[in-house]
Write a protein that binds this ligand. Structure first.
Ligand code: G3P
Ligand code: CA
Length: 249
């Protein structure tokens, strides 16, 4: 079972910052989940919320802020004063820094066309994907996956990025969601962990999809996911999850 570090090592560092991603890698975890939004001037930023209010010393919607305003914000002090130097990273800075070092799970947080077009350009520019690269279900051979709760945006992204693995995030693992993945060349099925059960995992596996889970709050959920044969878990505390997995093995 693969461990995906949610917003980096977000239990120990301010989420979606270089400090958080670096710490995940230093701790041995190279599958990094992150969220992207587009600024007013068309720059992709790595931040979860659609406003900067919760995780910085600023206020406002990312889509209403220009990059010179966003770049000034402190994205670490809300977590701990010692991270006051942390900024909201641009996706470009992440693609440069972790080139050949990490597998990124990039979550599309908005339905904007410009967002996926800009993402595509950056992935090509920094050689995270090559236009001739064949798609594969083997995570190790892929260095980037695109995930989203937004079906229409996922469809656009699949059409634009046929070489990349895509994952559908959802609350309920409904049969219609399995069909949506199968019909649309989406090879990852990512329900909220509490709604997974053995029948669903088996059914989704029979269809050849990767089963991921998110929303973990306890190690018991990790243990149950392992038992059910879930392929990937997205957690804030990767080291504790690994310890639990090694204990159960
Ligand atoms: O990877 C799935 C997970 O990140 C979805 O929830 O709200 O943390 O983006 P959220
Ligand atoms: Ca996310």
């Amino acid at each position: 079972m693969e461990i995906i570090s949610h917003r980096g090592f977000s239990s120990e560092r301010p989420e979606n910052t270089i400090a958080s991603f670096d710490y995940a890698l230093e701790s041995g975890f190279s599958y990094l989940e992150l969220d992207i939004h587009l600024s007013k001037d068309g720059v992709l930023y790595v931040i979860h919320d659609d406003t900067v209010d919760r995780t910085t010393d600023g206020t406002g919607f990312i889509k209403n802020l220009n990059s010179h305003e966003i770049n000034m914000l402190d994205a670490g002090s809300w977590f701990d004063k010692k991270y006051s130097e942390q900024k909201i990273p641009t996706l470009e800075s992440i693609l440069i820094r972790y080139q050949n070092k990490a597998h990124l799970f990039i979550e599309l947080k908005s339905d904007s066309n410009e967002l996926i077009n800009t993402l595509r350009s950056l992935l090509v520019k920094y050689a995270w994907i090559q236009e001739t690269h064949p798609r594969t279900n083997t995570l190790e051979l892929q260095r980037v996956s695109i995930i989203s709760f937004l079906p229409s945006q996922l469809l656009r992204s699949v059409a634009l990025n046929p070489e990349i693995n895509h994952g559908f995030l959802m609350i309920e693992p409904l049969k219609e969601n399995i069909d949506f993945c199968l019909l649309n060349n989406i090879n990852g099925f990512f329900p909220y962990v509490e709604n997974l059960d053995q029948d669903i995992v088996d059914q989704v596996h029979r269809e050849g999809l990767f089963v991921g889970a998110w929303g973990f709050e306890s190690l018991i959920q990790v243990s149950k996911s392992l038992e059910m044969g879930v392929d990937g878990i997205t957690v804030d505390w990767p080291s504790k999850a690994l310890e639990m997995i090694l204990t159960e093995d």
